[in-house]
Design a protein around this ligand. Structure first.
Ligand SMILES: Nc1ncnc2c1ncn2[C@@H]1O[C@H](COP(=O)(O)OP(=O)(O)OP(=O)(O)O)[C@@H](O)[C@H]1O
Ligand SMILES: [Mg+2]
Length: 281
């Protein structure tokens, strides 16, 4: 498996060094009945600097738990997770936001805080900079994600779904982390907002040289952004490779996910775009 992935790097992933290494990971939770559920069993995954790596898998296969393992929010029952050359357990709360930005599945803004205060929060929590500077940095990030200075004083309840995602993204990027994790970034957005958010992620990825680990079940988002796709099934990553190789990997989940009617449509769209040179690669 690993061999197939290693032999199949595309231009963006290239010969780049590993930035996250997951080796022999077991994620285990106790159940109410006194038993245990094994979510990951001997799972290996490598994320390389500068790539967009997308995690896919059926609901409950442990995509979010894997992101949480890479953030140090869950503990391996066995195995290791190394981020930027250090065991993830060493990512302290204060240091974590500076290394990894996270956009959670639920967006999660603080409803009592304004847009600007939500964005500035991680910076304020570390008390690394004076308040005026934190505000200035938050204003910059606000504009970087395509919002206007006039949005700074709005409250979360006044925002559209797309704006909430943008604010959450600005907050994830406030410490200029080299690594960004996105859990279902376009879920719940209408098609136009979703396309606009994908375009924003694509340009930020390029401009900031970010490494991105993303979970999505949205094929348009996957095809638009991914350098490689890691498929979770049978408690591990069964294949991690660029899309064409993943498609060639024979597994029921892959057939269902990519080659069903929905997948065929998305791939036809992608082929047309490639022909028209939209992706520019
Ligand atoms: N803190 C926890 N305690 C017990 N079980 C947990 C915990 N967190 C996750 N699980 C279990 O781990 C499994 C994987 O959950 P996870 O949220 O990672 O799935 P997922 O692949 O992200 O699914 P979805 O696509 O629905 O978001 C599920 O069976 C879930 O119930
Ligand atoms: Mg999830």
């Amino acid at each position: 498996m690993q061999k197939a992935a290693d032999a199949s790097q595309n231009s963006a992933a290239g010969a780049a060094e590993p930035i996250i290494e997951v080796r022999g990971l077991w994620s285990v939770f106790p159940t109410a009945g006194g038993g245990q559920v094994v979510v990951h069993k001997d799972l290996d995954l490598t994320v390389r600097r500068g790539e967009v790596l997308t995690l896919v898998g059926g609901s409950g296969t442990g995509k979010t738990v894997l992101l949480r393992q890479m953030l140090g929010l869950n503990r391996p029952a066995r195995g290791q997770v190394t981020v930027l050359g250090r065991p993830v357990a060493e990512l302290t709360d204060a240091g974590a936001a500076a290394r990894v930005g996270m956009l959670f599945q639920q967006g999660a803004l603080f409803s009592a805080f304004s847009v600007l205060d939500n964005i500035a929060l991680p910076l304020r929590e570390t008390r690394a900079v004076p308040d005026a500077l934190a505000r200035e940095a938050a204003l910059l990030k606000l504009q970087m994600v395509g919002l206007k200075p006039g949005d700074a004083h709005k409250m979360p309840a006044e925002l559209s779904g797309g704006m909430i995602k943008r604010v959450a993204l600005a907050r994830a990027l406030i410490m200029d982390p080299p690594l960004l994790m996105l859990d279902e970034p376009t879920a719940g957005l209408d098609p136009d907002s979703s396309d606009a958010f994908v375009a924003l992620l694509r340009s930020l990825h390029r401009e900031l040289g970010l490494t991105v680990v993303m979970v999505t079940h949205d094929l348009d988002t996957l095809f638009e952004l991914s350098d490689r796709v890691a498929v979770l099934a049978e408690q591990r990553v069964i294949v991690c490779a660029p899309v064409p190789e993943v498609l060639a990997f024979d597994h029921p989940f892959i057939r269902h996910f990519f080659l069903g009617e929905r997948g065929q449509r998305a791939m036809e769209l992608l082929r047309t775009r490639h022909r028209d040179g939209e992706k520019g690669q």
